[in-house]
Design a protein around this ligand. Structure first.
Ligand SMILES: *Cc1c(COP(=O)(O)O)cnc(C)c1O
Length: 378
């Protein structure tokens, strides 16, 4: 059979997703949210972040998250600029007291571990790692922060959040990177002290902001370190961020559109049934992909343990006889965007976001489109 150039493959329009955005972040922003931003723009965009319209929006963001996560009394939503990557530095200065433990099972979980390892004011962290595609268990230890990732976006592994056996918040805070999980995966606040994230994934907004849901034990830790003589840059000072958040402000200027779009997404989720409803959407969409892969002779879920398979980021290995790069090129030529695997993982793989904003009908259309592309390339 003559070799077809991937870019020349035409997916019949009846098979194609209506919206072809499947990136894991920045991810699909709902058109309704963008329309609402345009409508609000004349009295919102370009106005002072120290005045009521913007402060009220930050207040709605904080209150909306408390509702979405059903947070108990005493929990607080803290926010600042710089996204999750900056929060690792913020936590290194203002949340870890002496020593942290890190579960490392992919690109993102490794980065926080590196940040604490390089900090001169902290003892070397305890690292427990596991190969990509799996996840380690936390182990009770003499650390004061247990750090892990709810959903490892680089590999498509999601873990159930639980304190290390026999520990309580008084012994060690559980700090969870929930960047690609927050708003799409269920969790129990009793098992966590600091659930931090950025809004460009399940919250279907844009990047540049970090948000952290903090338990009373985490707030107490933040305030204790903030009152100590440990040096920390003001822009990375978690105590400064906490004080500003309580005023519905950030230490310096936030991206107003990012705040607005996050509120749109959180209100949409809360109005429809909250986290359970949102997580169910992702359950449904991801099951469509895993079931499709299980039935396809050329496609295999990368995460072999079904209990660890993420419902918000689906990673699928493609048979070596077909280049995943060719699949990606054919998809992109047909407006199906960003389904490439995580580069550093180096596998012949596709990776698809099934965040709550992404329609199951589009995920189903994606499987039909992939059937067409794989058929044309084989
Ligand atoms: C995307 C992502 C990050 C990085 O977020 P930024 O806001 O770009 O810094 C960190 N952790 C996880 C799990 C992610 O998915």
């Amino acid at each position: 059979m003559p070799m077809t150039s991937p870019r020349d493959i035409v997916i019949p329009s009846a098979l194609r997703p209506r919206d072809g955005r499947f990136n894991c972040g920045p991810s699909l922003v709902r058109p309704e949210a963008v329309a609402a931003l345009v409508a609000a723009a004349p009295t919102y965009l370009g106005t002072s972040h120290r005045q009521a319209p913007v402060k009220d929006m930050v207040g709605r963001l904080r209150a909306g998250l408390v509702e979405l996560f059903s947070l108990p009394n005493g929990w607080e939503i803290v926010l600042g600029n710089g996204g999750t990557t900056v929060f690792w530095d913020v936590a290194t200065f203002g949340l870890v007291d002496r020593r942290s433990q890190h579960l490392v099972f992919g690109e993102f979980s490794g980065k926080f571990a590196t940040a604490t390892a390089e900090a001169p004011h902290l003892a070397d962290p305890e690292i427990i790692d596991a190969p990509p595609g799996s996840a380690p268990e936390p182990v009770a230890s003499d650390v004061d922060v247990y750090a892990l990732t709810h959903n490892e976006t680089s590999t498509g592994v999601a873990v159930r959040l639980a304190r290390p056996a026999g520990t309580s918040a008084a012994e060690g805070l559980v700090a969870v990177d929930a960047t690609s999980a927050a708003g799409g995966l269920r969790w129990d606040p009793a098992q966590v002290d600091c659930y931090y994230f950025a809004p460009q994934k399940c919250l279907a907004s844009d990047g540049g902001l970090w948000l952290a849901a903090c338990s009373p034990a985490a707030v107490e830790r933040i305030e204790r370190i903030a009152a100590s003589d440990r040096w920390r840059p003001a822009s990375l000072d978690l105590g400064v961020a906490l004080a500003n958040s309580r005023q519905n402000q950030t230490y310096n200027t936030p991206a107003l559109a990012t705040v607005f779009l996050a509120v749109q997404q959180i209100d949409w989720m809360n109005a429809n049934g909250g986290l359970e409803w949102a997580a169910s959407r992702s359950d449904h969409s991801s099951a469509l992909l895993y079931d499709w892969a299980d039935a396809h002779e050329l496609v295999t879920p990368f995460v072999s343990d079904p209990a660890l398979r993420s419902s918000v980021v689906v990673t699928l290995d493609i048979d070596e006889s077909i280049s995943a790069d060719d699949v990606l090129a054919a998809c992109r030529a047909n407006d199906i965007l960003d389904i490439g695997g995580y580069r550093k993982l180096g596998r012949n793989q596709i990776r698809v976001a099934t965040f709550p904003a992404i329609d199951a009908a589009d995920v189903e259309a994606l499987t039909e489109s992939l059937d067409h592309v794989l058929g044309a390339l084989r």
